[in-house]
Design a protein around this ligand. Structure first.
Ligand SMILES: *[C@@H]1O[C@H](CO)[C@@H](O)[C@H](O)[C@H]1NC(C)=O
Ligand SMILES: *[C@@H]1O[C@H](CO)[C@@H](O)[C@H](O)[C@H]1NC(C)=O
Ligand SMILES: *[C@@H]1O[C@H](CO)[C@@H](O)[C@H](O)[C@H]1NC(C)=O
Ligand SMILES: *[C@@H]1O[C@H](CO)[C@@H](O)[C@H](O)[C@H]1NC(C)=O
Length: 461
């Protein structure tokens, strides 16, 4: 079955790009028919879903506050940096794919965490929501180019045991790019990982199991605590990948795709997955509690669990699982789902740590937004969840709803070099288009002109 999809992808590519080499007809016909059918079905779901994208009327007031005294009194307007660690979900793999040719492409510009290609009026992302309060915020991502201050360092295909390396990389990149500002800027770091572990757990229960997951989170948090000053860490438990099998009854393409990308959901049943998922969740809670106990007196570090995307099932549309929330690969999140995720996580930031809400049926179509509540306008932590003291000085500044104008995302000393760098990039870009794309990930994410990777891994997340 693995071979089958590879053939399908490669042959289709060859067929599209160079119709001289005709692929074996049978495979192509069946596959293309299934694929096109899935595309139509998915489009119908997207068209009939009533989900208002973005928040065009967002008008929460923005208080002018001095730097926070503590991470437990951190207002959104005091966040200077948004960063993301994790796997392909955080880099929005497949999100905007419209054909089989770009199904493995990444679209970090619409990522629910750092997406900066979309205005808040078009699609919400944590980055463009925070920016309403903190206009000079850094960390946003674009699909077209890796910006200087792009702090989405998630890597597609990552397992949780690779998270510590990402954390080290983040510390290094922040230090290098923020320079002296690193010491006093406040960071919101989102972590969303574990999907590849869950998709592969039937192959090695130790390597991809809950113990290893917990240990990796622990190590990564230690690295962050020791080497990144002033940080609020938002850890999202991984989605129970087994719920993806609910899409199988909508389209055979989904089944085909999942055999390739998340085969363990065919080997373990629903109950077994619920058990495994519970072990992951328990482990995560244990690690986070331990961490917060240990750093009780710290004013510059905290970690919170954000269960916003801890779905129990794919939300329904009519009687069927709403596949309009899924990307064209039937696995990743569509831009609508990225919008839903950002709104739900944002809402959760102001809910006490034990009472955070999870995306459900009602989250889709959600048309209201949450402003930092007057009673407690801070990002909730274990220490301000029960009792919270609002700031005394709340000089308010009205936020005007509408599109944010996007400024140049680079330090001013770079401006003279802009033209040179720009020209050089264009030349490199043109050259790159003649090169075979490499599948190696380096520090900087690579943008491939032809995003198809023939050497598909087991882990697509
Ligand atoms: C935002 O707009 C809504 C409705 O347009 C209004 O009721 C609300 O008072 C406004 N909020 C602020 C903070 O101006
Ligand atoms: C599972 O992974 C562990 C750790 O990498 C390794 O030592 C062990 O041999 C693997 N087990 C199997 C069955 O592959
Ligand atoms: C956080 O603050 C403590 C003092 O409260 C200090 O010792 C520590 O170095 C700070 N950590 C970082 C990473 O800046
Ligand atoms: C924001 O910009 C988009 C396109 O640039 C436009 O279609 C939309 O109407 C704008 N929204 C507001 C509230 O100005």
């Amino acid at each position: 079955m693995t071979r089958f999809l590879i053939l399908f992808v490669v042959n289709f590519l060859v067929f599209e790009v160079n119709s001289i080499i005709a692929p074996p007809k049978e495979i192509l016909e069946i596959s293309v028919e299934i694929f096109n059918n899935w595309k139509t079905v998915r489009k119908d779901f997207m068209d009939s879903m009533k989900h208002p994208m973005g928040l065009p009327h967002f008008n929460c007031s923005r208080p002018l506050l001095d730097g926070p005294k503590s991470v437990h009194q951190l207002h959104p307007s005091q966040i200077d940096v948004v960063a993301a660690l994790g796997d392909s979900v955080s880099v929005a793999q497949s999100a905007k794919s419209s054909s089989i040719l770009d199904i493995f492409e990444q679209y970090p510009g619409v990522s629910f965490v750092t997406g900066d290609d979309v205005a808040l009026a078009e699609q919400s992302t944590l980055f463009n929501m925070f920016r309403k309060f903190s206009p000079r915020i850094k960390g946003g991502s674009s699909d077209r180019i890796r910006k200087f201050y792009d702090f989405n360092l998630a890597v597609a295909g990552s397992f949780s045991h690779e998270l510590p390396a990402q954390a080290k990389n983040l510390a290094r990149v922040l230090k290098r790019k923020l320079g002296r500002d690193n010491a006093n800027s406040w960071k919101f770091v989102n972590i969303f990982i574990g999907h590849n572990d869950l998709c592969n757990i039937c192959k090695n229960e130790t390597l991809y199991g809950p113990e290893n997951f917990g240990d990796s989170i622990k190590t990564s948090l230690s690295i962050i605590q020791d080497s990144i000053p002033n940080v609020f860490v938002n850890v999202m438990p991984p989605i129970n990948v087994q719920i993806h099998s609910q899409a199988h009854k909508v389209s055979p393409f989904c089944e085909l795709s999942h055999k390739q990308t998340c085969s363990c959901i065919f080997d373990l049943n629903e109950k077994e997955y619920l058990d495994i998922k519970k072990q992951f969740d328990d482990k995560l809670k244990e690690v986070i509690n331990e961490f917060n106990d240990k750093s009780k007196d710290s004013k510059n570090f905290t970690v919170v669990i954000a269960p916003a995307m801890d779905l129990k099932s794919i939300p329904l549309l009519g009687e069927k699982p709403n596949v309009g929330l899924l990307a064209l690969d039937c696995f990743h999140l569509s831009p609508i789902a990225h919008d839903v995720a950002a709104k739900q996580i944002w809402k959760g930031l102001f809910e006490p740590v034990t009472e955070k809400s999870v995306t459900n049926q009602l989250s889709v179509g959600f048309d209201r937004f949450v402003c930092p509540p007057k009673k407690c306008p801070f990002l909730r932590t274990d220490q301000n969840s029960e009792s919270c003291e609002p700031p005394k000085e709340l000089r308010s500044l009205q936020i005007i709803p509408g599109n944010t104008t996007v400024g140049l995302d680079m330090p001013t000393f770079f401006l003279p070099f802009f033209f040179i760098i720009g020209t050089a990039s264009i030349l490199l870009f043109v050259r790159a288009s003649f090169r075979r794309p490499s599948s190696e990930f380096s520090d900087e994410r690579q943008y491939l002109l032809l995003p198809i990777r023939a050497d598909l891994n087991d882990n697509i997340f």
